[in-house]
Design a protein around this ligand. Structure first.
Ligand SMILES: NC(=O)NCCC[C@H](N)C(=O)O
Length: 393
């Protein structure tokens, strides 16, 4: 993948399932949702998103299906089971019961269980007494659910012809990359896929990584991606010859701007839609390879550094011209989180009426999707998609 806007050929999505039904007012903060989604409607909205992409000629791969297929490999089953059993929390006996249960189910059920999670009440009883079972509530989790797997963007990122499996910052999301890793390690379709980023553990989330142009990436550094994560990814991209410039972009460490793609996404070769409140203040450190080391310069204004690295005069910023309150509302509802299917054609949530109108006035084609339920996890079309292949620009 060398750009954000080249014709989208293949994308990885996750159709939300039972994991969303696990959300309650008591656990939603910890599970990073701002409301309790109406699950059937969220699935309808997601199906419409999938249909729209397919109608535009995009090959849509579904993570749950790939995971179930990858589990045909016994090594994948062993790794999957290992990733789902937290012996520290469960103790040896319940961990053994859970392991035996996971080994006994078919691939599809195993994939669903690892995603949807499991409660004590759902774990089949085993012989003997268990204090752990007695003292836990029947609805406590034996395996935590992964409602944020919906946001496939964050756990894997393609850079050039390589995939990087990221290290997610929030405890509620860490297991997501174990599942994505299994797909890329064991699904026959990806058996020849090379890795970027290696086994680094410093946090990087895909929502922070923007491929501005061939050889040029921007990495947001804030609530989710740390300076160490950004530097490690940059060094790995230089070592594999995937970039000549990486811009590390500080963003506010708040939920509203958890990733760079919540305030800025590319809608055309040289054009971004950006939250007006950050337009004049966003800066970037510029990283370049220097022999075996790196050269760090800046910070300089982000838009200027990006244009220079991309070899263009300037980046066109779509002037949403919104009053601060509307801009803040639409940014919170992922108005700036668009997914390009080709240069100048983007998918966006329909609810961000004003931002979408400005995009159209600027000549961008906006493909609207409903997202009232999907958006309750605070992510838009870009967050919900991990592009695997795009055509050249
Ligand atoms: N790229 C993105 O901005 N992803 C959105 C992730 C939302 C999820 N509820 C989270 O808090 O991590």
């Amino acid at each position: 993948m060398a750009s954000e806007v080249g014709p989208l050929h293949t994308v990885l999505l996750h159709r939300p399932g039972t994991e969303l039904k696990r959300l309650t007012p008591r656990n939603s903060d910890q599970l990073l949702f701002d409301a309790i989604p109406w699950v059937d409607r969220a699935q309808d909205e997601h199906d419409a998103f999938t249909d729209l992409l397919r109608s535009r000629g995009v090959e849509v791969l579904l993570l749950h299906e790939l995971l179930a297929e990858a589990l045909d490999d016994p090594r994948a089953r062993a790794a999957a089971t290992h990733s789902g059993v937290d012996e520290r929390r469960l103790g040896t006996e319940i961990a053994d019961t859970l392991r035996s249960h996971l080994y006994s189910v078919d691939n599809d059920t195993l994939a669903r269980t690892l995603i949807a999670g499991m409660t004590f009440e759902e774990l089949p009883a085993a012989e003997g007494q268990s204090l752990v079972r007695r003292m836990h509530h029947a609805h406590d989790f034996v395996i935590d659910p992964l409602p944020n797997l919906l946001f496939t963007r964050d756990s894997s990122v393609w850079v050039g012809d390589r995939v990087a499996i990221t290290a997610l910052a929030m405890p509620a999301r860490r297991r997501e990359s174990a599942l994505t890793d299994l797909v890329y390690a064991y699904h026959p379709r990806f058996s020849r896929t090379a890795r970027a980023y290696g086994a680094h553990s410093a946090p990087v989330e895909g929502g922070d990584v923007l491929q501005l142009a061939p050889g040029v990436a921007a990495i947001g550094v804030g609530e989710r991606t740390s300076p160490a994560g950004a530097e490690s990814l940059a060094r790995s991209m230089f070592a594999d010859d995937l970039a000549h410039t990486v811009l590390a972009v500080p963003i506010a460490q708040t939920r509203a701007s958890m990733h760079l793609d919540t305030v800025c996404t590319m809608v055309d070769r040289d054009t971004v839609v950006m939250y007006p409140a950050v337009q004049d203040t966003l800066t970037a450190y510029s990283l370049q390879p220097a022999g075996d080391d790196i050269k760090v310069s800046g910070p300089e204004p982000f838009l200027e550094s990006a244009a220079e690295a991309m070899g263009i005069d300037r980046i066109r910023v779509i002037d949403t011209g919104l009053d601060p309150v509307t801009a803040e509302r639409e940014q919170w509802e992922d108005g700036n989180n668009t997914l390009a299917v080709s240069p100048g054609v983007v998918v966006a949530y329909e609810r961000n009426v004003e931002t979408n109108a400005r995009l159209e006035e600027a000549g961008i084609e906006v493909l609207r999707i409903r997202g009232s339920e999907l958006g309750s996890g605070r992510g838009g079309p870009r967050c919900m998609s991990s592009p695997i292949a795009r055509g050249a620009l």
